[in-house]
Design a protein around this ligand. Structure first.
Ligand SMILES: [Zn+2]
Length: 270
């Protein structure tokens, strides 16, 4: 495997971008698909959605393109009927528990806040509380930071996460930029850099690594591809002369395997 795209939305890519799986196969890219579905109208549909992610990942992995998935409720995918309830419904927690027993499910994601409403904060906290009590220690948590008000929202997320210290070693803060990485680094989190138009560019990644050379061991590069493949990510996989091969391997694949606790031999031998 040349790269592990540690954050994408492969269920959407497989519907909307017909050349997705063959592109990943040809370029030897595997992936982790994170839960995000704005079409969900009721929380009761989440178990089926997560089962669908599982089925997709099992199929691709059996066919030689290794894919993993995360389950969870994205801040932009909160169904209206979750607004009235007082805790995570058992339909949701039972389904999450079931998936955490599947080796292709690497944990929780994507969680976080987007516009920062009280509703988003409530659902985010419920999931973190559940993770503190029930998430197996082998699993991980992927956290989204938004495009809008990025610095202020990252700050707010980091403050909120102070209430969940035991989870810190298991958390990835994603979509960091040169402007937000200082904060994330200061708290000791593993971070994701998303190479995509409107998120980070390969030059942004270089800036971060130049400032924090040692963190080449704690940064994961991903595409967050959803409706379409992210060209900046794919181009970086092919051409990355600012990094030597060892650095590239860490950023593109090894750090993701280490953080998410994945042994590739196990998956490849299936
Ligand atoms: Zn995403």
């Amino acid at each position: 495997m040349k790269a592990l795209d540690s954050h994408c939305h492969a269920d959407m890519l497989s519907k909307l971008s017909p050349d997705f799986i063959e592109t990943y196969r040809t370029k030897q890219i595997g992936g982790i698909t994170w839960s995000y579905n704005e079409q969900i109208v009721s929380f009761k549909h989440y178990p089926d959605y997560w089962d669908e992610l599982q089925t997709l990942c099992e199929g691709w992995t059996q066919n030689g393109v290794i894919f993993f998935y995360l389950v969870g409720i994205h801040p932009r995918s909160i169904p209206p009927d979750l607004k009235g309830v007082r805790k995570l419904p058992p339909e949701i927690t039972d389904a999450i528990m079931k998936h955490t027993e599947n080796p292709l499910c690497l944990g929780f994601g994507e969680l976080g806040m987007d516009s920062g409403t009280l509703e988003e904060e409530k659902i985010f906290r419920w999931q973190l509380e559940w993770a503190e009590d029930h998430l197996p220690k082998t699993k991980r948590i992927g956290i989204h930071t938004p495009r809008q008000n990025k610095e202020a929202m990252t700050e707010r997320l980091l403050r909120l996460l102070e209430d969940y210290r035991p989870l810190h070693p298991f958390i990835l803060i994603d979509h960091v930029t040169p402007a937000t990485y200082d904060m994330v680094y200061g708290e000791g989190y593993v971070a994701g850099v998303t190479l995509q138009q409107g998120k980070s560019s390969p030059e942004d990644l270089i800036k971060i690594i130049e400032k924090y050379p040692k963190m080449v061991k704690a940064i994961l590069v991903n595409s967050d591809g959803a409706k379409e493949l992210s060209q900046p990510y794919l181009e970086w996989i092919d051409k990355h002369e600012a990094f030597d091969e060892e650095q590239f391997k860490l950023l593109a694949v090894s750090n993701a395997l280490t953080f998410f606790n994945v042994s590739l031999e196990e998956e490849e031998s299936k």
